[in-house]
Ligand binder design. Structure first.
Ligand SMILES: [Zn+2]
Length: 444
C-alpha cells in the first residue's frame, strides 16, 4: 500500500519551488538556497527504513540555536514524517470534505483520527475487519489515534471516574460505555494506527489545583497500565503529560511521564480556554522535562501563529480541527490573517484568495468564485458542496506549507527570522475579533 509512482509525482509537483511559494517563505528560501543539499539529505533520510523490530524512530536533523525549535524525521511502519508537522484531523476516519488524493496532493504526511467517535460508531471490530483504519479510509500513510479521553471528558454524559477507568454515556444514544487504560489499548490495536495514545484524564479549565493533582496522578497510573497492556509491537505509544495550569505540576507530570518507556509524548490539557500566555508558560515548564530524543506532540493546537510559537518551544507535531472547521464557516487563511470569504469585498475578486498559495484551490479558482459558492445556497448557513472541499484544501495546505517553510528555516538556521516575518504580517483571529468588537462598541 505504500508509496507508488503516482504519489511521488504528486509530491514533486509541490516540491518544485514556484514563484508563489517563494513569496511566502522567502526568508527560509533565501537561506535554504545555500543549503539545498540539506534538503536532499533530508529526502535520503526520509527514505531510510524504520529499523526492524521498532514501531517508531525519531531523528533530529537540525536544531535552532536561538529557540528550542528542531527539525526531524519520525519513521513509522507506514512511512516517514518530516517534522515539524501539522496533522489534519479526520474525526470519523475522514478529514471532512477532502479525499485521500486531496490530502496527498497538499503534502499531508500523517492524519489523526478520534478513538472516542470511532468506538461509538462504527466500532473498532468493524474497522478491523476492513483492515484497520488504513484499509477502511484508504489512507496509506501514517495515522495517529487519540485515546478518547479528551472527548469522554468533553462530550460524554454522566461520567463516573474511578481508579479503574471512566464510565460514561454515549452522546449519540445514551448507551453506557466503560473505558479503562487496558480497553483503550485493545480498541486502538483494532483501529491499527501507527501512533496511539493512552487513556488520560483531562481536567477542565478552570479547575481547583487539588482536582488537577488527582487527575494528573491518576493519568500517571493509567499511563503505566497502558504500557503494560499495549497489544501490538508495531504501534508506537505516546505518553500524555497533564498538570493543568500549574507550572510545578506541569513539570512534575512531564518528568514522570517522560521517564516512562513511551515512544513519544503528546502534551494534553492545553488550549482548553486558558489565555495564550498561560499555555506558553505551561509548555515552557513541561518541554524541558521530556526526553530530548523523542518526538513531542501538542494536542489540539492549530492556529497558524500558535504553530510557530509551539515550534519555538520545542514541539514537533500538531493537530487541530480548526483549519477545516474555520474553512467551512468562510474563514480562509492568508499571510495577512484570516479573511471571511462571505464578505462583499470578494464578490468581484478575480484573483485567488491567497496569491502566495500553491494549493489546488488557489491555482484554479478565483476568490470571487469561492464567494459565490458559499453564498449560492438559499440557506445562509450553507454553501455549495464544492465550497467545503476547496476551502478545506486551502486552509490545510496553508498550514502544511507554513510547516514546510518552518522546517526549511530550521535546517537553514533561520527559524527566528521566519517566525518573526510571518507573525509581523499575520493578524491572529482572536486579535482580529477583539478589534472588530472594539470597533463595534466604539461605533457611533
Ligand atoms: Zn490556497
Amino acid at each position: 500500500m505504500r508509496s507508488g509512482t503516482t504519489r511521488r509525482c504528486a509530491m514533486r509537483r509541490y516540491s518544485r519551488p514556484t514563484r508563489r511559494r517563494v513569496a511566502m517563505s522567502s526568508d527560509a528560501s533565501n537561506h535554504a538556497a545555500k543549503s539545498l543539499p540539506a534538503s536532499q539529505a533530508d529526502d535520503a533520510s526520509e527514505r531510510a527504513p524504520l529499523p526492524s523490530g521498532r514501531a517508531l524512530s525519531f531523528e533530529i536533523v537540525a536544531r535552532d540555536t536561538r529557540t528550542a525549535g528542531r527539525a526531524g524525521v519520525v519513521r513509522t511502519p507506514h512511512g516517514a514524517i518530516p517534522t515539524p508537522v501539522f496533522m489534519p484531523v479526520g474525526t470519523h476516519a475522514t478529514v471532512k470534505a477532502v479525499a485521500p488524493d486531496d490530502l496527498e496532493a497538499m503534502g499531508t504526511r500523517i492524519v489523526l483520527a478520534n478513538t472516542y467517535h470511532l468506538l461509538l460508531r462504527p466500532g473498532p471490530d468493524l474497522i478491523a475487519r476492513f483492515g484497520g483504519l488504513h484499509g477502511f479510509m484508504r489512507w496509506p500513510r501514517p495515522i495517529l489515534t487519540d485515546s478518547g479521553g479528551f472527548q469522554v471528558f468533553s462530550l460524554g454524559r454522566l461520567r463516573e471516574v474511578s481508579e479503574m477507568g471512566v464510565r460514561f454515556r454515549s452522546h449519540l444514544d445514551g448507551a453506557e460505555v466503560v473505558l479503562t487504560p487496558e480497553r483503550v489499548m485493545e480498541i486502538e490495536a483494532l483501529l491499527g494506527a501507527d501512533i496511539i495514545l493512552p487513556l488520560d484524564e483531562c481536567p477542565p479549565y478552570p479547575c481547583p489545583p487539588e482536582e488537577v493533582r488527582l487527575a494528573t496522578e491518576r493519568t500517571h497510573r493509567w499511563a503505566e497500565r497502558a504500557l503494560t497492556a499495549r497489544v501490538r509491537p508495531d504501534q508506537a505509544l505516546f505518553g500524555i503529560p497533564q498538570g493543568g495550569m500549574d507550572a510545578t505540576q506541569r513539570a512534575e507530570s512531564a518528568r514522570f511521564i517522560g521517564a516512562l518507556p513511551f515512544d513519544g509524548f503528546s502534551i494534553g490539557g492545553l488550549s482548553v480556554g486558558e489565555p495564550k500566555p498561560v499555555m506558553w508558560a505551561m509548555l515552557e515548564a513541561a518541554v524541558p522535562e521530556l526526553p530530548e530524543r523523542k518526538p513531542r506532540h501538542l494536542l489540539g493546537v492549530g492556529s497558524p501563529d500558535d504553530l510557530l510559537e509551539g515550534i519555538a518551544r520545542g514541539i514537533d507535531m500538531f493537530d487541530c480541527v480548526l483549519p477545516t472547521r474555520t474553512a467551512r464557516t468562510g474563514g480562509l487563511y492568508t499571510p495577512a490573517g484570516r479573511v471571511n470569504i462571505r464578505t462583499a469585498r470578494f464578490r468581484e475578486e478575480r484573483g485567488p484568495v491567497d496569491p502566495a498559495c500553491d494549493c489546488y484551490t488557489c491555482r484554479t479558482f478565483s476568490a470571487g468564485y469561492l464567494h459565490h459558492l458559499i453564498r449560492a445556497e438559499e440557506d445562509e448557513s450553507r454553501g455549495e458542496l464544492l465550497y467545503y472541499r476547496l476551502a478545506s484544501i486551502h486552509n490545510l495546505r496553508f498550514l502544511i506549507r507554513l510547516m514546510e517553510g518552518a522546517r526549511a528555516a530550521l535546517v537553514a538556521g533561520a527559524f527566528p527570522e521566519y517566525r518573526a516575518r510571518f507573525l509581523a504580517g499575520f493578524t491572529p483571529p482572536d486579535q482580529e475579533a477583539a478589534e472588530r468588537q472594539r470597533r463595534k462598541r466604539t461605533a457611533p
